[in-house]
Write a protein that binds this ligand. Structure first.
Ligand SMILES: [Zn+2]
Length: 578
């Protein structure tokens, strides 16, 4: 089967799937359906060019050794020579590090052993090493470990393993080579040796060499392009620290265009850079138009765009299941451009990761909801900023799921599940309801300010929430993040009695979920009358079942619980389930 035909068939299958899912999720934006394929993993294995048949993502037990926690990488100097025809690369990685334990007997790094290491130098002297499975170990002498910092240089070559969501991929579009990668969570080490944990951020210089017809793009700022006619090298540098999973390569026949963003205080102008396939240039010019506005909104809401001295950018790649927030250069799947701004929510999501995920990173992969729940809620916040509270509510409704499985914290192998994304977004929405708008947005600003260019844990976030709101949120975090599974399942019943000069309403609220004994929450209720305005009241439920007595002047004829969609809850009239 030739590749064009394969592409057409893939597109047809995709359209059929979309028709089915558009029917199934009539009110869910189409992008989200595609997005969910990413999470479901099993449903769709479309990789238009190179067949990628697995999207299971696991953080291998033992991937990070105790030794690795004792090193602090300061700088990566990566030289990557790409040979797309052979699907191979030649690499030279210079890693400058500090040892946190001066008695360390060896350095451990992550590096897949299918790559062939030809030489390792430590401070210029050749060293022995062991490279087994995903670990590279370099023994140290006492003298070496007592120094202030070490420079390890690793020379290697080979064909990177396809793993996780793709790792480093040699793909093709219309017979033209496209090289790109998706490291998250633990696949950076398929193409360069590194201390592959999100908490060890470092600075980066990356030199990407490919055929001179290709444009090569990466994180940070472009420093220089050099070449010898046949081959061209692009040197990119970051001035802000970066986690290994966010380090990227895109190398293809890109067309490039730019826009600009003016900082909040009007003193800086930052370039926004787009790299797209020639056939999508006109689509991209329309689709990407709103980026300056989006950056402005998030800068005003959370604090200035954190990579102002570098850039924001978007590069088109061939991962067909979504997008990836590579620091300062988001990768967007080529099927998420159509010239009709259809996928704005994806662009918003990825941009917002530059605050949540890239700048404030997750302390460990157990805290992944701090990336994905936040970016998901940012879609709703941006919709609200453009179109008001109804847009906030409709976005949240589109993130609703009948069954959220597992806990938000430490989701195991389900790092990219509905729970992490959508329930994560809902938990922030409920935190906003719990703390009120003013405290909620102060929480986000303070959290960003305190942990920017670093990483934070769920507990760090909880501490900021409590400090700013003045509330004890132990129960909130327990029921929604650490222990609670799924959501509130609430039934209600109510009756009205005539009283002297008005009416008495007896309302019973009962939680019937099996997987968690008792959520504590405030719920709003709207009483409707035969004429006149609805009356809104709030009730606090702190037990499995509770009765409330309400006095009203008129006889209510209608009761709506949680009319403004603040709670992740299934709410039903008791009569409807009897
Ligand atoms: Zn995301």
């Amino acid at each position: 089967m030739n590749k064009k035909r394969l592409y057409r068939i893939s597109a047809l299958i995709l359209i059929l799937c979309l028709c089915f899912l558009s029917w199934k999720y009539a009110f869910t934006p189409v992008y989200e359906i595609l997005w969910k394929f990413k999470e479901a993993g099993k449903l769709l294995t479309v990789q238009t060019v190179q067949g990628l048949h697995s999207t299971s993502v696991k953080v291998l037990p033992g991937y990070i050794s105790e030794n690795q926690k004792m090193i602090d990488v300061l700088h990566y100097d990566l030289n990557i020579d790409l040979y797309p025809d052979q699907k191979t690369l030649k690499g030279a990685a210079g890693i400058t590090m500090k040892l946190l334990d001066k008695n360390l007997k060896s350095i451990d790094l992550n590096f897949y052993d299918n790559m062939k290491i030809s030489k390792i130098l430590l401070n210029g002297a050749e060293k022995d090493f062991i490279n087994e499975k995903t670990r590279l170990t370099i023994p140290l002498t006492n003298q070496e470990s007592s120094g202030d910092s070490l420079l390890v240089k690793i020379i290697y070559e080979g064909k990177p393993l396809r793993a996780g969501l793709g790792a480093l991929t040699f793909g093709e579009i219309n017979s033209n080579s496209v090289v790109y990668n998706l490291n998250e969570p633990i696949y950076a080490s398929t193409w360069f040796p590194c201390n592959d944990m999100p908490s060890d951020k470092a600075l980066l210089d990356i030199y990407i060499t490919n055929d001179s017809s290709k444009t090569s793009v990466s994180n940070g700022k472009l420093i220089e392009v050099t070449g010898n006619g046949k081959r061209k090298t692009y040197h990119w540098r970051t001035v802000y620290p970066i986690s290994t999973y966010l380090i990227c390569i895109y190398s293809a026949d890109y067309m490039n265009f730019t826009d600009k963003y003016i900082s909040e205080d009007k003193t800086d102008t930052m370039s926004i850079e787009y790299y797209v396939f020639p056939e999508h240039l006109e689509f991209a010019k329309k689709d990407f138009e709103e980026h300056p506005k989006m950056i402005k909104y998030f800068s005003g809401t959370f604090g200035e765009y954190p990579f102002l001295k570098e850039k924001y950018g978007v590069a088109e790649f061939l991962w067909q299941l979504g997008a990836m927030e590579h620091q300062t250069i988001t990768g967007i799947g080529s099927n998420f451009l159509n010239g009709r701004k259809f996928f704005n929510d994806i662009y918003v999501h990825e941009l917002s990761h530059h605050w949540w995920g890239d700048c404030v990173g997750p302390a460990t992969w157990k805290d992944i909801w701090l990336n994905e729940g936040f970016a998901t809620y940012c879609e709703a916040l941006y919709a609200e900023s453009k179109s008001g509270p109804a847009a906030l509510q409709s976005t949240m409704r589109s993130k609703y799921n009948e069954n959220f499985n597992g806990t938000l914290y430490d989701p195991g192998d389900n790092l990219f599940s509905y729970t992490v994304y959508d329930k994560g977004g809902w938990v922030l929405h409920m935190l906003r309801w719990e703390t009120g708008d003013s405290a909620f947005f102060r929480i986000l600003r303070n959290y960003f300010e305190k942990y920017k260019y670093s990483t934070a844990s769920t507990e760090d976030f909880k501490n900021i929430c409590e400090e700013i709101s003045g509330k004890n949120l132990t129960k909130f975090f327990e029921q929604w993040i650490y222990k609670g599974d799924d959501q509130i399942n609430l039934v209600y019943s109510w009756e009205t009695e005539k009283e002297d000069n008005g009416f008495k309403v007896l309302l019973n609220l009962e939680q019937i979920q099996r997987d968690y004994p008792e959520y504590n929450f405030t719920i709003e209720a709207a009483f409707g009358f035969n004429g006149g305005e609805d009356i809104y009241m709030k009730f606090y439920l702190d037990s499995r079942s509770k009765d409330f007595e309400i006095k009203l002047d008129q006889k209510p004829i209608k009761l709506t619980l949680d009319p403004n969609n603040w709670l992740l809850a299934k709410i039903r009239d008791k009569k409807s389930i009897e």
